[in-house]
Design a binder for this molecule. Structure first.
Ligand code: NAG
Ligand code: NAG
Ligand code: NAG
Length: 343
C-alpha cells in the first residue's frame, strides 16, 4: 500500500537525469535473482549476511509479527537456499546494498548479534522497484523493518547527480535483477534510523551538554515534531571551549540561549553526501550556516590534501546520522555567527 502511494507520488516525475556513466558500467542484459546479481557484482559480504540471516529468519519465522515480513518469512520457511531470500509473492524489492568495504566496518560484536544483523538487513530493503529516475528529493519509503523508513535524498548536479539513502551515498545505480533492483552504497545505514532527534541525542553521552541546554531553553518540542530537521549538535568538548562567562550569560538569558541553539538546527534533511561545498543552509533561528569543507591551514602541504567538513568554522566530527525525523551531525565547536554570511 505504501509503495502504491509512493508510485502515485512519483508519477509524472520521470526525468532524464545525467547520471554518472561509470555507475552503469556493469549493466547486463539477462538479469538473475537479487542475490545472484549481488554475488556477480562482488557484494559478497552482504550476500554472506543474507545467508546468515536466512537461518535466523527460518528459525524465528513464526515469532515475527509484522505482516510485511510474512512474505519473506514464508518464502524462507520453505527455502533454505539464500538465493531465494527475495523470491516472494510480493516482490519486487529494492535493495540498498552496502559494498564489502562498508560491511567490513561492522564490529565483531555486531556480526555476532543475529537480531541486530537481521534488523540492519531489513532496514536496507524496501518493497517495490524504485529506479533512480523515480526518485525525488526527500522521498520516504518504508523499509522491511517495522517503523523504519529509508529517506532518499537527491541533488542534481551539473556533471553528476548525488543520491543517498539515509545519508549513505549511492555509488552504483539501478542494477536490475529479475525480482528487483540494486543500488550500491559505500556505507551501511547504521545506527538504524529509529526514534526522534531527542530520543537519539539522549542516548549519546557526548551530547549531554547540548541536550541539557535544549531542555533548559524549553525547545525540545521543536525537535520531536514530524520534521525533518537537521541538528548540528556540539559535543560536550565544544561547550567547554566557550569561555565560562559566556555560558553563564547564556544560562541567564533564555532568549539568547534559544537563538544560539536554534542556529544549530536547520529545517530539512541535510546530508554531507549529497551537498555541494558552499551550500548555504537556513536555520530555525533565521540566519544561515555554511557547509564549508576545507583543508585546515596546517595540513595544506600534505599530498593529497585532506579535506575536513566544517559548518561555518565549526569542525564536524560525524555527519549524516539519520533518525526518524531528521539528521544528526556532531560538531567539535559551537557554531558562531560570522558576519560574512548572507541574511
Ligand atoms: C543485539 O541487538 C539487539 C537489537 O539491536 C539488542 O536489543 C540486543 O541487546 C543485542 N544483544 C547483545 C547481546 O548485544
Ligand atoms: C563571549 O562573549 C563575548 C561578549 O559578549 C563575545 O564577544 C564573544 O564572541 C563570546 N565568545 C564566544 C566563543 O561565543
Ligand atoms: C537577552 O538576549 C537577547 C538576544 O541576544 C538580547 O536582545 C537581550 O538584550 C538580552 N537580555 C538581557 C537582559 O541581557
Amino acid at each position: 500500500m505504501k509503495m502504491l502511494m509512493l508510485f502515485a507520488a512519483l508519477c509524472g516525475l520521470a526525468m532524464a537525469t545525467p547520471f554518472d556513466q561509470a555507475a552503469y558500467a556493469l549493466q547486463e542484459t539477462a538479469p538473475m535473482g537479487l542475490v545472484d546479481e549481488l554475488t556477480a557484482l562482488g557484494y559478497t559480504k552482504l550476500v554472506g549476511l543474507i545467508e546468515m540471516c536466512v537461518l535466523d529468519f527460518t528459525e524465528s519465522a513464526s515469532r515475527i509479527p509484522h505482516e510485511l515480513f510474512y512474505s519473506i518469512d514464508s518464502a524462507l520457511t520453505h527455502q533454505t537456499d539464500a538465493s531465494n531470500l527475495f523470491l516472494s509473492r510480493t516482490g519486487p524489492f529494492t535493495i540498498f546494498a552496502p559494498n564489502d568495504d562498508a560491511i567490513a566496518v561492522l564490529t565483531p560484536d555486531m556480526m555476532n548479534n543475529m537480531t541486530l544483523l537481521v534488523n540492519i538487513l531489513k532496514a536496507h530493503v524496501i518493497e517495490g522497484k524504485v529506479m533512480t529516475t523515480m526518485i525525488r528529493d526527500n522521498l520516504m519509503a518504508g523499509s522491511l523493518l517495522k517503523g523504519v523508513q529509508i529517506r532518499i535524498n537527491m541533488n542534481v548536479g551539473w556533471q553528476r547527480t548525488y543520491i543517498a539513502a539515509n545519508g549513505a551515498q549511492i555509488i552504483m545505480f539501478d542494477k536490475e535483477a529479475k525480482n528487483g533492483v540494486i543500488h550500491g552504497m559505500n556505507r551501511v545505514i547504521y545506527p538504524i534510523p529509529m526514534g526522534s532527534l531527542v530520543d537519539a541525542m539522549k542516548m549519546i553521552p557526548g551530547l549531554s551538554a547540548t541536550m541539557k541546554l535544549i531542555e533548559f531553553a524549553g525547545i525540545e518540542s521543536a525537535l520531536t515534531g514530524e520534521g525533518p530537521f537537521t541538528i548540528f549538535a556540539p559535543c560536550n568538548n565544544a561547550w567547554m571551549k566557550i569561555p565560562y562567562a559566556n555560558v553563564t550569560a547564556l544560562m541567564a538569558n533564555k532568549t539568547a540561549l534559544t537563538e544560539l541553539l536554534t542556529y544549530h538546527v536547520a529545517p530539512g534533511a541535510w546530508y554531507s553526501t549529497v551537498m555541494r561545498p558552499g551550500t548555504v543552509i537556513p536555520t530555525l533561528e533565521g540566519k544561515n550556516v555554511l557547509f564549508n569543507p576545507m583543508t585546515p591551514e596546517h595540513l595544506r602541504d600534505v599530498k593529497p590534501m585532506p579535506v575536513y567538513l566544517y559548518v561555518n568554522d565549526a569542525e564536524v566530527i560525524l555527519a549524516d546520522q539519520s533518525v526518524a525525523n531528521g539528521v544528526i551531525w556532531v560538531l567539535n565547536d559551537v557554531i558562531t555567527k560570522p558576519s560574512y554570511l548572507p541574511k
